[in-house]
Design a protein around this ligand. Structure first.
Ligand SMILES: Nc1ncnc2c1ncn2[C@@H]1O[C@H](COP(=O)(O)OP(=O)(O)OP(=O)(O)O)[C@@H](O)[C@H]1O
Ligand SMILES: [Mg+2]
Ligand SMILES: [Zn+2]
Length: 280
């Protein structure tokens, strides 16, 4: 079992609403239409989510479209502000009580030094008109690197690792296939060796054979580099291949969580049961 001192990321009671809310939906037991308040139309995209990420594990987040997975990831990466909640990174040498409350400069520092992100939409993660090398250098510069030779070496190393032919490293990712763009995003996210990697639907929309390559790459990275990861997918089959533990989200809430094998063998919630039966 995990020890609590192995926790690298800890989230408590995290919520995100789009809209001001009203007296009705301020009450946690209010009945919403999916994630929307029937009175004020506020969207409760993420609601009271709590979890810990342990060192070296791959934690899965699975749920249907609109269940709040990307919103959760964007809050962890400070792309979106949390409405309420606590976010602790205990392994960070400057660990604060709640990094949602620190200055934007400190947030940028945490994001550049502690986190890597692979977006569902590669347009959000890459500058499509700049070369792969430049995209990676941008992340390295943001994390304090100034040595050009070292940065190009680092770019070569990781492009090689994700199987992007080095003769194409000065080409703009807009010329690349979807699978290649995702692999450049992974190379960029890993380039400064962040202890935590966030992956949002990294294989969605890819051909099955390409999907298998990217999944194999993710497993290899976890094995070789010991990076802790949160992997988001609407596809339980992908979660089954990658993740030690899994949380199931529905309408912004975590309805089930535990060891992936146990969830697959004995799903408790009706929604999880449907998900599991759909892949058998
Ligand atoms: N900027 C925004 N403004 C208003 N509502 C938003 C915004 N971003 C997301 N939402 C809403 O929040 C909810 C959760 O969206 P989110 O993108 O997190 O879902 P998801 O689980 O990632 O879905 P998918 O599997 O389709 O990627 C949805 O109802 C969505 O419409
Ligand atoms: Mg999403
Ligand atoms: Zn309301």
């Amino acid at each position: 079992m995990h020890k609590t001192d192995d926790v690298v990321l800890s989230i408590k009671d995290l919520s995100k609403q789009f809209g001001n809310g009203c007296d009705y939906c301020k009450d946690d037991s209010a009945e919403l239409q999916k994630n929307m308040c029937p009175h004020c139309n506020t969207v409760h995209a993420v609601k009271n989510v709590s979890f810990d990420l342990y060192e070296g594990e791959i934690l899965g987040v699975v749920g249907e479209s609109g269940s709040g997975k990307s919103t959760l990831m964007k809050m962890l990466y400070f792309d979106q502000e949390a409405s309420t909640g606590t976010y602790v990174l205990p392994e960070d040498p400057n660990a604060e009580d709640n990094v949602f409350l620190v200055s934007s400069q400190r947030k940028r520092q945490i994001r550049n030094e502690q986190l890597g992100m692979v977006y569902q939409n590669p347009m959000l993660g890459l500058k499509m008109d700049f070369s792969s090398v430049t995209n990676i250098a941008e992340k390295l510069i943001a994390s304090g690197n100034r040595n050009v030779g070292q940065m190009t070496d680092r770019a070569d190393h990781f492009l090689n690792k994700v199987n992007i032919p080095l003769r194409r490293k000065y080409e703009a990712p807009k010329n690349f296939s979807g699978g290649m763009q995702q692999r450049v995003q992974i190379a960029k996210a890993l380039s400064n060796y962040p202890p935590i990697l966030l992956l949002d639907e990294v294989t969605t929309g890819l051909d099955l054979s390409v999907q298998a390559d990217v999944l194999e790459l993710i497993k290899e990275i976890q094995r070789d580099m010991g990076v802790s990861m949160i992997v988001v997918s609407h596809d339980l089959a992908i979660i089954r291949m990658l993740c030690d533990r899994t949380m199931v989200m529905l309408d912004g809430q975590v309805i089930e969580h535990g060891i992936t094998d146990q969830i697959l063998e004995d799903p408790q919630h009706e929604y999880t049961q449907q998900l599991v039966y759909s892949i058998l």
